[in-house]
Write a protein that binds this ligand. Structure first.
Ligand SMILES: [Zn+2]
Length: 251
C-alpha cells in the first residue's frame, strides 16, 4: 500500500495532551497501512473519551472510520465544537455517576459534597476500576491517560488541574452538571445518599454541645456517620457556591 499522510488539527484544550501550550495544535503522521481514526488520534496521546467531534475532509465521522489516503482531520473536545454545533456528538454529557481512580480522593470528596455519586477505593487497581465502570455504568475519572485509552472506556475524563477544587469545576463543566448540584445530600466517606435523622434517634451519639445547639441532622444509612450544620458549615457552603458559580462561568 502506498504510504499516505494524515494531518491532524487538535482544537481547544486537547492540546494539553500534545504537550503544547493553549491553542490549536497540528500533528502530521505518515501511515503505510489502513488505520482507524481512533488509533491515529490515540497515537498522538489524546484519549478517545476526550474527543467529541471528528471531521475528516469536512465530514463528521465516528471512531471506527478508517484512513487509507492523504487526509485532513479536525478533532474537537467536549464543550468546544467550533462552528460545528449541530453535528453528531461522540461524547455524552449529563452523566451523574462516576468512578474515580485512587489518586483522586479529594476530587471524590468534593463531588460527593455537591451531591454526585462517585465510587472510590484508594487501593483499587485498573482492573477493578474498569469493572466498576462497566458494571455500574459510570464515567471514569482518572489522571492516567493510558487507562482512559482502554478500549472498554465509553465515558471518562482526564482532569487537567492537579488541584481538587479546579478538578471539581472541570468535571461539573465537562458533564454539564451545574444545574444538578445538590449539596450535603451524600456521605463524604462512603458515597451513600444521606437520610434525615430525628434528633431523638441519634442523641446518644452526639457531643454535649452539639446536643444543645443543633436540631437538624442527616445520617448515612451505610457507615452511620452523622452530619449537621456545625461550625465548619459556612465554609463548606462558600466552597459549594464558588464551585457552582465558577462552573457556570465560561473561562
Ligand atoms: Zn457513609
Amino acid at each position: 500500500m502506498k504510504p499516505f499522510k494524515v494531518r491532524l488539527r487538535f482544537h481547544g484544550n486537547l492540546s494539553v495532551f500534545l504537550g503544547s501550550k493553549a491553542g490549536d495544535a497540528v500533528i502530521e503522521r505518515r501511515l503505510a497501512e489502513k488505520t482507524s481514526i481512533k488509533d491515529v488520534i490515540e497515537s498522538c496521546g489524546v484519549p478517545h473519551p476526550e474527543v467529541d467531534l471528528i471531521l475528516v475532509d469536512e465530514q463528521t465521522v465516528g471512531f471506527d472510520h478508517t484512513l487509507a489516503n492523504d487526509t485532513k482531520v479536525e478533532i474537537f473536545p467536549v464543550g468546544n465544537r467550533g462552528t460545528y454545533r449541530t453535528e453528531k456528538q461522540l461524547q455524552t454529557v449529563g452523566i451523574v455517576t462516576f468512578v474515580a481512580d485512587g489518586h483522586l480522593g479529594r476530587l471524590t470528596r468534593n463531588l460527593r459534597l455537591i451531591g454526585f455519586d462517585v465510587a472510590y477505593r484508594q487501593n483499587a487497581d485498573d482492573h477493578q476500576l474498569l469493572d466498576v465502570m462497566v458494571r455500574e455504568n459510570r464515567a471514569l475519572l482518572t489522571r492516567d491517560r493510558r487507562l482512559l485509552m482502554h478500549a472498554i472506556v465509553q465515558d471518562g475524563y482526564w482532569p487537567r488541574s492537579q488541584n481538587a477544587d479546579e478538578q471539581t469545576i472541570e468535571v461539573v463543566r465537562r458533564f454539564d452538571l451545574s444545574e444538578l448540584i445538590a449539596p450535603f445530600t451524600r456521605c463524604l466517606r462512603c458515597n451513600a445518599a444521606l437520610e434525615e435523622a430525628a434528633k431523638a434517634e441519634i442523641i446518644d451519639k452526639l457531643e454535649p454541645l452539639t446536643k444543645i445547639y443543633y436540631h437538624q441532622f442527616r445520617r448515612c444509612p451505610d457507615c452511620k456517620q452523622i452530619y449537621w450544620s456545625g461550625s465548619h458549615f459556612p465554609k463548606l457552603q462558600r466552597r459549594v457556591e464558588e464551585i457552582r458559580s465558577r462552573a457556570r462561568g465560561k473561562a
